[in-house]
Design a binder for this molecule. Structure first.
Ligand code: URA
Ligand code: SF4
Length: 217
């Protein structure tokens, strides 16, 4: 019997990359990406946002429900919490470049609700050319990974936030690479006290960014 293999489920974003890789041309090209099946059910590609000359780049996991509808990263509940943490740490959101490891919303439909589903490693890998191109275009001084998916996208499956958070990660990607908790993980904390504590831990990690920016000026 002959085995019938169709095209790969995740051909990858590579073939959709434009030849000129400025942020505007990358964003335009990413709109048409079909590098994995996640574009099928999502509303639109949610590309990174922020100044091309940003000194700091944040990488989340993937857009959520609100981001999928609005086409912008971190504008829903996790984004609100992220904004609050930035403010407490003395950072200005409009000066930051904010993006995600995966550019399309993956979800499970439950009645009217669209519940977040974790992207598979194959999907994260398929989407990585966009993230790598954003890093190359922006060349941030400081790269901050929000949660395990961003860490695993860039450093492999063994990456653990609990082990890596809050101290510099050796990497060529930026002069300072840090990891911290994902804002959504804080929203999922079991009670108000746990939530307040993990929020303060996030702020403490973000203050490392504030301090590093001051040192470098
Ligand atoms: N969670 C993410 O990782 N990214 C977003 O843009 C929103 C929620
Ligand atoms: Fe392309 Fe990434 Fe969207 Fe998959 S999730 S279709 S690789 S932009």
């Amino acid at each position: 019997m002959t085995s019938r293999r169709g095209p790969p489920a995740e051909p990858g974003a590579e073939q959709f990359l434009p030849s000129r890789r400025t942020l505007p041309s990358l964003r335009r090209a990413a709109d048409g990406c079909r590098g994995c099946p996640l574009y099928v059910n999502a509303t639109q590609t949610v590309f990174g946002e922020g100044p091309a000359r940003a000194r700091v780049m944040f990488v989340g996991e993937q857009p959520g429900d609100a981001e999928d509808r609005q086409g912008k990263p971190f504008v829903g509940p996790a984004g609100k919490l992220f904004d609050k943490a930035l403010l407490e740490a003395g950072l200005t959101r409009s000066e930051m470049y904010v993006t995600n490891a995966v550019k399309h919303f993956k979800f499970e439909q439950r009645g009217k609700a669209r519940l977040h589903k974790r992207p598979k490693p194959g999907e994260v890998g398929a989407c990585l050319p966009w993230l790598r191109s954003e890093i190359t275009a922006i060349k941030p001084e400081i790269l901050v990974l929000l949660g395990a998916t961003a860490g695993q996208a860039l450093f492999g499956a063994q990456f653990r936030i609990t082990q890596e958070r809050g101290r510099p990660i050796a990497s060529e990607l930026a002069s300072l690479v840090l990891a911290t908790a994902h804002p959504s993980a804080i929203l999922r904390a079991p009670d108000a006290q746990a939530r307040a504590e993990s929020f303060q831990e996030l702020v403490r990690d973000l203050k490392l960014v504030t301090r590093a920016l001051r040192r470098k000026r």
